[in-house]
Design a protein around this ligand. Structure first.
Ligand code: GLA
Length: 753
């Protein structure tokens, strides 16, 4: 099915994998035009029908095309548009040359087909794994001859997406500046789209927002040095009729964790250009002769099965072609984290007691969060002093504590924040020039901390050394790798003035370098990334660490929305989720323990509370929850995930989703209702993707008014009832009557024939 053809007479490229087709054509003197991306097309194509040149007032003609006035770069759908050469729309590439030129006009030189998916030096990237792939490399040159661009297009067997990145090489004899180098630019001849994006804030990540595409330019971006809480590096263009399960859409994201910009331009002629890449704001890359800059990889998913189709493709991509290492496919342990249980206030004795209580109830991994090093009794000091275990709190060191936790039969995990330094730390006192900073400007603080200069190889080597020493000093099975501030005053004394515009990008490349070295050296450790919750939940970091702390907000109602939005791109086993105490520490809400459990069970499951302080009844409840989770975790972590009711649409008061095991034999569905309503209707939850003829038995039916450990008290328990797949999909199951806020139900069904 995988095929790349080049019709040399018509000068047409056609890439296909049986799921999608991507068609390009060379016009006139080698302008590379985009003709089509979407559902796979059979050969032979009739390329005359895709596009024709047409006269437009205000659109300039390149030299030699003055008459008839049909050809213009301003109307040509292009693959990688330059700037200042007659196309007034968003450029993909901008450069400033030594002779003062700011003109970028690219023409075709050559192409070749690569059988293997190329890796991207120093960057995370999708790999083909067990599937076949084909990559088309097209070389373009700038007409003045100072710069060459290689565009890469990869298709993977069976995946409804295309991967793109570019390499930009200085082929002149003088240095030049790259001011903008997108990973992806794609033109559509139409503009009848909605834009769907994910916005948020700390503790309120990835809200789903959809609105019609307006004329002009829309931008979704980050200049904060990381993907950001504010915007996900993701955008989708939806036909207006797209629903969760039907309709055609294009969705783009980056395998990248730093500043980014997605820009969408709807032109006055009603075509649309989407560009995505490193944010040009703050980006200025100095390219010496023969040096090359590689952009991060962009993923462009095509779905004709609505948002669900898109998510299934992303989830497969993450599971099979992005996360690496022995934990990538392994079942994740039930963890209990100390942060919301104790904050900075703990010692060895209290942690061992905390662990004992958790292990007694079934926990498998005990995580000691912030506060174990230097004099860190608050967030005002000690970041960077990783080699100074706080022996006031941990008299027998990390090893002593880890050994005690292991003796209880649990794994031991630790929090670190290696990219940061506190002004009040031995590290900063010894190396004040190791923090990002700009001459003549004092540094801003956020959470009382500065950012280490990861563009500087000396700083990176130090971090790798000191963190490796910590991880070797004790039997550590899990690491939570945090990053708690945005980057400001971005500059580095390690680079000359002409390279200061590279520092934000070099910071992210530096993060990748240290993560590659540390995760490579400790392959047995399960790494979870975190950045004040979900500031850096992206495909870039998932290449190094297979799960992410989804949000600092652990409230079960907020989490429904956060996890729902996150699931658009990321599968459940990447989403850290913890049951926490009530009233909730972020929003003060009181929710039933069962609702907290049901929502959390859809992520990498754990608790973030002192289980020893629960009432005897709640302890029994937690014991039953953990036992049930273990029974179901294969399906919850490895199965397919489908959203059923959106908290961002309709009444915005309900959420439902479901998991189906890989073999289709087990189905777990969850339904949540945020606020009770008077005279509420009975709600049917209709399932998806079951075998219509198969029969499914309800083996568990939870409801938030009845504890898990005593579910048989429930009046309308469906346990033991058998339904056909067809009935579950067409009629569904009617949710229990809800008479309380923050209510939920969960049904577990197994195939009986
Ligand atoms: C960040 C994390 C939290 C916790 C604290 C510790 O806010 O997101 O989960 O680890 O840091 O300081």
């Amino acid at each position: 099915m995988l095929n790349v053809t080049f019709d040399s007479a018509l000068r047409v490229f056609h890439l296909t994998n049986g799921a999608v087709s991507y068609v390009m054509r060379l016009y006139h003197e080698g302008y590379l035009a985009h003709l089509y991306y979407g559902k796979a097309l059979p050969e032979p194509l009739n390329v005359e029908s895709f596009f024709y040149e047409t006269e437009r007032e205000g659109a300039p003609q390149p030299h030699g095309h003055e008459f008839p006035r049909l050809f213009s770069l301003d109307t040509l759908p292009q693959e990688y548009p330059g700037v200042n050469a007659g196309d007034f729309r968003l450029p993909a590439l901008e450069a400033a040359f030594d002779n003062g030129s700011r003109c970028v006009d690219l023409r075709y030189v050559s192409h070749r087909v690569l059988k293997d998916k190329p890796a991207l030096t120093g960057l995370p990237a999708v790999f083909a794994g067990d599937r076949d792939s084909l990559t088309l490399e097209i070389t373009l040159k700038e007409v003045a001859g100072e710069l060459e661009v290689r565009l890469y297009y990869t298709l993977i067997e069976g995946l409804s997406l295309i991967l793109r990145h570019s390499e930009i090489r200085n082929t002149g004899s003088k240095p030049l500046y790259l001011n903008n180098a997108a990973s992806l630019s794609v033109d559509f001849l139409e503009a009848d789209f909605d834009i769907l994006s994910l916005y948020g804030a700390h503790a309120n990540e990835r809200n789903v927002e959809r609105q019609p595409l307006k004329h002009g330019i829309e931008e979704i971006s980050s200049t904060r040095g990381a993907t950001s809480h504010q915007h996900q590096n993701f955008v989708a263009l939806l036909r207006h009729d797209v629903t969760e399960f039907s309709g055609e859409l294009y969705a783009a994201t980056l395998v990248w964790s730093g500043n980014f910009k997605a820009a969408i331009e709807r032109s006055s002629f009603d075509n649309t250009r989407l560009t995505l890449g490193i944010n040009d704001k703050g980006f200025n890359w100095y390219l010496e002769p023969s040096e090359c800059f590689t952009t991060p990889e962009a993923v462009l998913v095509y779905s004709d099965a609505g948002l669900n189709g898109m998510s299934q493709t992303f989830h497969t991509l993450v599971r099979e072609h992005l996360t690496r290492g022995q934990w990538s496919h392994a079942l994740r342990p039930v963890l209990v984290n100390s942060w919301e249980a104790a904050y900075f206030n703990f010692n060895e004795e209290s942690i061992v007691r905390f662990a004992k209580d958790a292990v007694n109830l079934g926990a498998e991994l005990i995580v000691l969060d912030d506060g174990w090093f230097g004099k860190r009794d608050s967030d005002t000091c000690s970041l960077g002093d990783w080699d100074r275990i706080d022996t006031r709190k941990l008299p027998s060191g990390l090893k002593g504590l880890a050994d005690k936790i292991h003796a209880l039969g649990a794994k031991f995990g630790l929090w670190v924040e290696p990219e940061m330094v506190s002004p009040d730390s031995e590290l900063f006192r010894a190396h004040p020039d190791w923090a990002l900073g700009v001459q003549g400007h004092s540094r801003s603080q956020q959470r009382n901390q500065y950012v280490l200069d990861l563009s500087n190889p000396e700083v990176r080597d130090y971090i790798v050394r000191v963190i490796s020493a910590v991880l070797s000093s004790a039997p550590i099975d899990y690491v939570k790798w945090d990053m708690n501030r945005n980057l400001s005053e971005v500059g580095s004394p390690a680079f000359p003035a002409c390279r200061q515009g590279e520092i934000a990008t070099r910071y992210t490349l530096g993060v990748y370098d240290i993560m590659e070295r540390i995760t490579g050296a400790f392959p047995h450790i399960l790494f979870e990334s975190c950045a004040g919750g979900g500031r850096r939940f992206d495909l870039g970091l998932l290449y190094y660490m297979p799960q992410v702390w989804t949000s600092d907000n652990t409230d079960a109602l907020c989490r429904q929305r956060i996890q729902y939005g996150t699931s658009l791109i990321f599968p459940p086993q990447t989403m850290g989720a913890h049951v926490s105490a009530c009233p909730n520490h972020q929003v003060g809400r009181v929710t039933p323990l069962i609702t907290r459990f049901i929502c959390t069970a859809s992520g990498t499951f754990g608790y973030e509370m002192d289980l020893g302080r629960l009432s005897p009844e709640d302890k029994e409840e937690v014991r039953a929850q953990i036992a049930l989770y273990k029974e179901l975790r294969e399906t919850l972590q490895r199965g397919a995930f489908y959203r059923l009711i959106s908290p961002f649409e309709g009444t915005r008061n309900e959420t439902a989703w479901m998991h189906i095991s890989e073999d289709g034999a087990e189905l777990i569905a969850m339904y949540f209702k945020m606020q009770a309503e008077p005279a509420a209707r009975l709600r049917r939850v209709r399932f998806k993707y079951l075998e219509p003829q198969a029969r499914y038995e309800v083996v568990s039916h939870l409801h938030s008014s009845t504890p898990v450990h005593n579910i048989y008290l429930k009046e309308h328990n469906l346990k033991g009832q058998v339904f056909s797949g067809a009935q579950l999909m067409s009629a569904g199951i009617t949710a229990d009557r809800i008479d309380a806020d923050a209510a939920s139900c969960m049904w577990v069904l197994r195939r009986v024939d």
